[in-house]
Design a protein around this ligand. Sequence first.
Ligand code: KG4
Ligand code: ZN
Length: 319
Amino acid sequence: MATLGIETSCDETACAVVEKRKILSNIVSSSVPLHAKYGGVVPEIASRFHIEYINRVTKKALRAAGKTLGDIDLVAVTGAPGLPGCLLTGVSFARALSYSRNIDLININHLHAHIYANFLCKDAALIRFPFIGCVVSGGHTNIFICKSFRDFDIIGRSRDDAMGEAFDKVAKILGIGYPGGPKIERYAKRFRRGTPIKFPRAYLDKGSYDFSLSGVKTAVLYHVKKKKMNRKEIARIAMSFQEAVFDVLTERIKRAAKKFGIKSVLLGGGVISNMRLREKLKCACDKSEVQIFYPPPVLCVDNAAMVAGLGEALNKKWR
Ligand code: KG4
Ligand code: ZN
């Protein structure tokens, strides 16, 4: 009953084997270094990377799991959302595998898989349905109410930039490199003394769970144009930017949990690796007895174990 997961929606070529919620292997080959000089993902480069690496990543995942294709009962592949050229590589590869070996194939939503990653972690038994699922990555900032693995109801999304994208763009403005998230987090930690900058918090219309990150990004740009830059000022901007965007995210989750009577919040996506965000969410939710779940960093970023895991959970025949 082993499931082979395939993930190629953006800049990671990933393959994993999962069996009864146990991760037997989880191989990720990333094209991130190739995009660094452009300050963001170049779709054409990412697609070509998948074409080049998909075979060897799959072989490596099978070998690491101690399995052959003959042991695989289901192929789960990310079908959407993602960059079309990138998705096409993974989906075509998975279809060919399924057709040639007569293995069942299941199409997986990448965002749902990010949230599902929490069920592959040790505290999974504590998760209570319905729960809030929140994906914060380079491509998405979405909040869902999840009643089952088939029922993800979206209540909030970014109206412009995704949060990770905003981190990457602000890092580019500050000239501190790509990917921007980890760099901004590191600079923010260095800010000890001084007055934070009051960057705008876009709370939008009353009752909304949506996000808008373009205003704060522009505010950073104007601030940088006015000020003389040095390491201390970069740290001040990084910390102030981080607080502004995380304040809004924390408010959204806290309010949604209250409104929908939720006791579990499941997080996913690259930005969730940020320790300050985890700390803020935990602090906000502890007070209302809501439990926060987040996967370890290897399952926060794009990976195929989350795709295989959700595929296994959705495969009716095995229930
Ligand atoms: O989920 P992910 O690996 O890829 C997708 O976008 O699907 O997320 C990558 C994003 C990048 O924008 C990166 O800057 C951001 O996650 N990121 C972070 C941190 N680590 C990665 N953002 C804030 N703080 C971090 N520590
Ligand atoms: Zn992702």
